[in-house]
Design a protein around this ligand. Structure first.
Ligand code: MN
Ligand code: MN
Length: 469
């Protein structure tokens, strides 16, 4: 048909940057593969709503694929698959490569914590014959989105004697759920005048957990007493046990296909399971790579990566140090030659809110995995900003492997900003760039991604692990 094209059209094809919808480019067979891949992803989302559950799920899946617990002083043969768990809230998968680690390792880093409502240390109280929990939200949320939706309770209680109680209530269809109530519009005249950021205040995010009193005419707070008695009967806990607990409320609904064409997935926690799952699957499926392949699935990204299970902690460095020691290599040498794809989401263009995006430099759903050269705010503050050389390297690698990718900034220059784990990895003198899946309604209880992009993330991480340079 090219004979029908004008000279300008031919030139444009040669010279212009043009991203096409993946469904127009991909073969039907590969689209089918992508949809199948997402069936596994949806199951993962439902089984791994918190960082602890994600670690458990990843270890189970990795063990089934032959991964073994990492032993620090062992010099593993190429192809050996190991995992290391940090405090049950972060996990590293590694596949030992053919090359010595002194040549560097290839890392994918994603996070498995998501915005949510955490219980306060002393959460339980009674008011107007309702039993309630006080919460302190975790990560950047728009508080009004967390009212009047069903919530499930997940986490761990450690009793005084060290006994452990793991809790998951609200996921099974027969389980009860919980919620934050909201004001009826009829009586919300004053509330509706509040600016959106204050529409629901932090101290109003209280969870309704019960309403029937303990049957006794004497005494006060009998609804609270009744709830505590039920918890004591079921878990053997007393009120003081909340002091040593991590309990998290997350949306109780499951991941669902979205749209008549089922091209999208709506779910809680796409940020960042939509990168964690493909990064894990790439580790499981990469065979015997040239470079040692390391997938780190970390905690605490949503609150700034601090804490010993976040990537600002030394645990990843210690792990690589152990790999280096086992081969008599120097840690700094390994790190300096290492490369990383910081696997995190970016905002997709949303036709409902076009004003926050700069259309020439934002990511679009269904146009492939998004490479984000830098994040940050107020003039690239708080980011690592990948070099032209590393961008060139990633560009070549993806193009050669048939990975469809696009460039994306996080919104307009002055619209706000954000960060990822990339800078903590870059601070170890590792080349790193953000690569992930574009998301709509990021940090909302129900986020949206496109299936073809999810599959393209898997293909991207796989290309990285299989790369021979
Ligand atoms: Mn993220
Ligand atoms: Mn986030």
């Amino acid at each position: 048909m090219s004979e029908n094209k004008s000279q300008a059209e031919v030139l444009k094809e040669q010279l212009y940057l043009d991203y096409k919808h993946l469904a127009k480019k991909m073969e039907d067979d590969e689209i089918k593969l992508a949809d199948q891949f997402c069936e596994g992803y949806k199951k993962f989302l439902d089984n791994a709503k918190t960082e602890r559950e994600a670690v458990r799920t990843v270890v189970k899946m990795a063990t089934e694929k032959g991964f073994i617990p990492f032993e620090p002083k062992t010099n593993y043969q190429p192809g050996t698959k190991v995992f290391y768990v940090n405090r049950e809230k972060a996990v590293i998968l590694a596949v030992i490569g053919k090359l010595p680690v002194s040549e560097g390792v290839h890392m994918c880093a994603a996070h498995i914590d998501s915005p949510r409502l955490d219980l306060k240390p002393n959460p339980l109280y009674e008011d107007a014959e309702f039993a309630m929990f006080k919460t302190h939200y975790y990560g950047g949320i728009k508080k009004y989105q967390w009212t009047a939706i069903p919530l499930s309770l997940h986490g761990r209680i450690v009793k005084k004697d060290g006994g452990i109680v793991d809790v998951s209530i609200g996921e099974d269809d027969n389980d009860p759920v919980f919620c934050v109530t909201d004001l009826l519009p009829h009586l919300a005249a004053e509330q509706m005048k509040r600016p959106l950021a204050e529409a629901i205040k932090g101290e109003e995010l209280n969870i309704l957990i019960g309403s029937r009193p303990f049957k006794d005419d004497k005494g006060s707070e009998l609804v609270k007493l009744n709830i505590l008695k039920m918890l004591n009967d079921k878990y053997g806990i007393i009120e003081a046990d909340f002091l040593s607990a991590e309990l998290e409320l997350v949306p109780a609904f499951k991941a669902r296909d979205l749209g008549f064409d089922r091209s999208l997935i709506g779910a809680y926690g796409h940020d960042d399971r939509v990168c964690a799952y493909p990064a894990m699957m790439a580790a499981l499926d990469c065979g015997v790579p040239d470079y040692t392949a390391v997938t780190v699935l970390t905690d605490k990204e949503e609150i700034g990566s601090d804490g010993n299970t976040g990537l600002n902690s030394a645990y990843l460095k210690y792990f690589i140090s152990d790999l280096a020691d086992a081969q008599s290599a120097r840690l700094y040498e390994v790190l300096t030659k290492s490369e990383c794809l910081s696997a995190d989401v970016n905002a997709g263009f949303d036709p409902n809110y076009p004003d926050v995006s700069e259309r020439r430099n934002c990511a679009y759903l269904n146009k492939g995995v998004v490479v984000t050269k830098y994040t940050g705010a107020r003039g690239k503050s708080g980011t690592s900003d990948a070099s032209a050389e590393y961008m060139g390297r990633v560009r070549r690698m993806f193009d050669d492997a048939g990975v469809d990718w696009q460039i994306g900034e996080l919104g307009k220059v002055d619209a706000g900003g954000g960060g990822t784990v990339a800078m903590y990895i870059a601070n170890m003198n590792v080349d790193v760039v953000d690569v992930g899946v574009p998301v709509l309604s990021m940090h909302a209880p129900f986020e949206v991604v496109a299936k073809l992009d999810v599959y393209m993330a898997y293909k991207a991480f796989m290309a990285f692990f299989k790369s021979d340079n």
